[in-house]
Design a protein. Structure first.
Ligand code: PHE
Length: 360
């Protein structure tokens, strides 16, 4: 019996002193594991006389139970101590002010659209909108593009589905923002000054073309508006947008069914080691189409061309974004590659204004 008392004291002391779970497991194996000291003693019970067994059995069982609960108790207190340590180390001051960690970013197209809106808003233009699924009349006829006109095929139009037997001309995904001119004239008349940014669609795909892209339409109507007003407006816009003083534009005679006369506008620039500089050099970059609104278009918009004239223009927003921010491939704009968005994206809380800085 003395031997058992010594054994009990030895194990209980060691259990109390164990500093981690691994040490506890070693002790468990040494005492009550298959070949543990206590287990071996229990195995000897078989060789004892019935009287001896009657005495030794309960004592050994009690010893085994005691060791088992001492192990469990020590394990629990080690876990408590560990938790206590962590709580001390990993505290969090919930009264601290939040530190904003912005994850999303503003897409260059959204940024440039905001910049364009800010510049034209400063010149007194408001923003108008129209649907992306447009009727054939708004997208073509009202803009002086009759059914047989070659522009219809040049624009690589996406036609919407019509059920078999439905004889109506199918709707289209608008091929330009110009139908917003008509919608706006019909709803608001003249005088007016608007821009209409938005998505447009054409079946075309290469480094500078994607089937969906963005335009901003401009329309100014009043009693005596001329090409001179158009030229000033566009020069003023380019100066503000490219954030350089000496912008030079070249107006090249062109043709659009909805303007007369029509001009395409090029921007003087230089390409130096893949870097674009606006306002210097010997290169010209086409950036927009424009002209004086055609009398037939005014009439389609319910306006008397004898009383009112105006200018209109259509700028490719994605083109402007590529130029200003040096982005070489248009297709990457719409690939949704997070690395691209992080690289070319803008801080979400910086709103472009003329005073605060457009691209700051
Ligand atoms: N709608 C023309 C285009 O998409 C651009 C344009 C708009 C030209 C307004 C003149 C006037 O190419």
């Amino acid at each position: 019996m003395d031997g058992l008392n010594a054994l009990k004291k030895k194990y209980l002391d060691q259990i109390m002193a164990a500093s981690d779970e691994a040490a506890l497991e070693d002790l468990r194996l040494a005492a009550i594991g298959k070949k543990g000291e206590v287990s071996l003693k229990m195995r000897e019970l078989g060789k004892m006389t019935p009287e001896e067994r009657k005495r030794a059995g309960p004592v050994l069982n009690a010893l085994k139970n005691e060791i088992t609960s001492a192990l469990a108790a020590r394990k629990a207190s080690l876990a408590d101590a560990a938790l206590e340590e962590r709580l001390k180390a990993e505290w969090l001051d919930v009264t601290l002010a939040g530190r904003p960690r912005s994850r999303g970013s503003v897409h260059p197209v959204s940024q440039v659209t905001e910049e364009i809106v800010a510049i034209f808003a400063d010149m007194g233009f408001s923003v108008a909108e129209g649907p992306q699924i447009e009727s054939d009349w708004y997208n073509f006829d009202a803009l002086n593009i009759p059914p047989e006109h070659p522009t219809r095929t040049e624009m690589d139009t996406f036609y919407m589905h019509r059920d078999a037997g439905d004889e109506r001309v199918p709707n289209v995904l608008r091929t330009h923002t110009s139908p917003v001119q008509i919608r706006h004239m019909l709803a608001h008349g003249a005088p007016t000054r608007i821009i209409a940014p938005g998505r447009v669609y054409r079946a075309d795909y290469d480094q500078t073309h994607t089937p969906m892209f963005h335009q901003v339409e401009g329309l100014a109507l009043d009693r005596d508006i001329s090409m001179a007003n158009l030229k000033w407006t566009l020069e003023e816009f380019c100066r503000a947008f490219f954030e350089v003083e000496n912008v030079e534009l070249r107006f090249r005679a062109s043709h659009f069914p909805f303007t007369e006369p029509s001009a395409e506008v090029d921007l003087r620039c230089s390409w130096d080691k893949g870097q674009l500089k606006v306002g210097e050099g010997d290169d010209w970059m086409e950036i927009l189409g424009s002209g004086m609104v055609h009398p037939k278009v005014l009439r389609a918009g319910g306006i008397d061309p004898e009383q009112v004239q105006g200018f209109a223009f259509g700028i490719g927003i994605d083109r402007l974004a590529m130029l200003k921010y040096g982005i070489p491939d248009l297709r990457a704009f719409f690939d949704c590659d997070l690395r691209w968005l992080r690289h070319y994206g803008f801080r979400a809380l910086d709103v472009p204004t003329l005073r605060g800085g457009l691209s700051a």
